[in-house]
Write a protein that binds this ligand. Structure first.
Ligand SMILES: C[S@@+](CC[C@H](N)C(=O)[O-])C[C@H]1O[C@@H](n2cnc3c(N)ncnc32)[C@H](O)[C@@H]1O
Length: 350
């Protein structure tokens, strides 16, 4: 168990669990793809000293500025990059920053962005309908709300917000636009949809717009693939998600990358020659304790998943003596005879 101190105004979620999952060690090299307030980053640096290094990425220039101050005492060990994590591979090549011991993605937005006002992320603060992590990006939430067809708006709200009232909300938006502020949009949704239970009726529409503006789901999928390539042998990939759409992507990605065969179940013999590159560390997702949720209610929906890189030679894997069928089957944790048979078939086919 590693120790930590937290001093940032955005309270890092699942901090101890994240450090354990990353298996932070002195002298290790890490990438924090979602620097935010720098809370996780500071703890990683503290626990990887002496000799630890961290590259922190954030799309939001304000986050970089704040984190720079917070990480001042580690300045010789830190590289901060204001960019989108979808460019992870390019960034890492540019700074010759691979292989690494661990990569962290703590998705979504920080409390600083949510409560900072002026960014348009929250229906609780009146602000221009913006929602961009990076203000240099062209399309804002207002652009989407005011120029998208009713059908497309309903689709976005349904797909990214899992909102049952998507059609009614989309119809009201189109009728009332132009909509320029978070308050206008919130009031319109409150008029359109009856409040049921604890969750505010605008919550899901705001989530949907934020995901659409920042291409959150597409970028997550692309980045996970790049992240695996940058991990050294036994390097850890740790992802914290805050809603089911993100979590599904991470879960399916890690499961697929840890399987020896990804053929459809109807295929009698393996034909995919898929080589597992990851091993699942926690089969069951890690969630915050009730104490953490009590202290930081924002953490209540957090889910942490971890996987470990099991080979750095993906393509050569099947043919090397060190990585024989039995070694892989054991290291990937498969014990069931039917699955072992499938893995053996994959090797024979390869
Ligand atoms: C939940 S906060 C991270 C908080 C951080 N772990 C801490 O301890 O303070 C998420 C951060 O990721 C950033 N972010 C979200 N999507 C991004 C992307 N595609 N590329 C780069 N940064 C992104 C946001 O700007 C935000 O600052």
């Amino acid at each position: 168990m590693v120790t930590h101190k937290s001093t940032s105004s955005h309270t890092p979620v699942l901090l101890t669990e994240t450090l354990d999952a990353l298996s932070v060690q002195p002298g290790g090299r890490y990438i924090d793809c979602t620097l935010g307030g720098g809370g996780h980053a500071a703890a990683i640096l503290e626990n990887s000293s002496p000799g630890g290094q961290l590259m922190g990425i954030d799309a939001d220039p304000q986050a970089i500025e704040k984190a720079e101050k917070k990480l001042e005492k580690y300045k010789d060990s830190v590289l901060l990059v204001n960019d989108n994590f979808v460019n992870l591979q390019t960034i890492s090549h540019k700074y010759d920053y691979s292989p690494v011991h661990g990569i962290l993605l703590d998705l979504g937005l920080s409390s600083l962005q949510l409560n900072g006002g002026g960014r348009g992320f929250s229906f609780q603060h009146n602000a221009p309908l913006d929602m961009r992590y990076n203000p240099k990006q062209k399309v804002t939430a207002a652009d989407i709300v005011n120029s998208t067809s009713e059908a497309r708006l309903a689709y976005l709200i349904k797909t990214y917000g899992e909102e049952r009232n998507c059609y009614r909300i989309a119809r009201s938006i189109v009728k009332e636009r132009p909509i320029k502020t978070t308050q206008q949009l919130t009031q319109l949704i409150e008029k359109t949809v009856m409040r049921k239970g604890k969750i505010h009726p605008a919550t899901k529409t705001f989530q949907a717009l934020r995901i659409a503006v920042n291409h959150e789901l597409e970028y997550l999928e692309t980045t996970l693939k790049q992240a695996v390539d940058l991990l050294g042998f036994q390097g850890r990939l740790v992802v914290i998600t805050y809603h089911s759409l993100e979590d599904r992507i991470v879960k399916q990605f890690m499961q697929k990358e840890s399987r020896a065969c990804i053929c459809p179940p109807t295929v009698p013999q393996c034909m995919c020659n898929h080589i597992p590159r990851l091993r699942l560390i926690n089969r069951k997702v890690i969630t915050p304790s009730s104490t953490e949720i009590g202290q930081n209610p924002r953490s209540r929906s957090a889910k942490l998943r971890t996987a470990e890189r099991i080979t750095t030679q993906g393509d050569a894997y099947a043919n090397t003596e060190d990585h024989s069928f039995i070694t892989i089957a054991k290291s990937t944790g498969w014990r069931k005879p039917a699955l072992m048979k499938k893995i053996r078939m994959a090797f024979i086919a390869a």
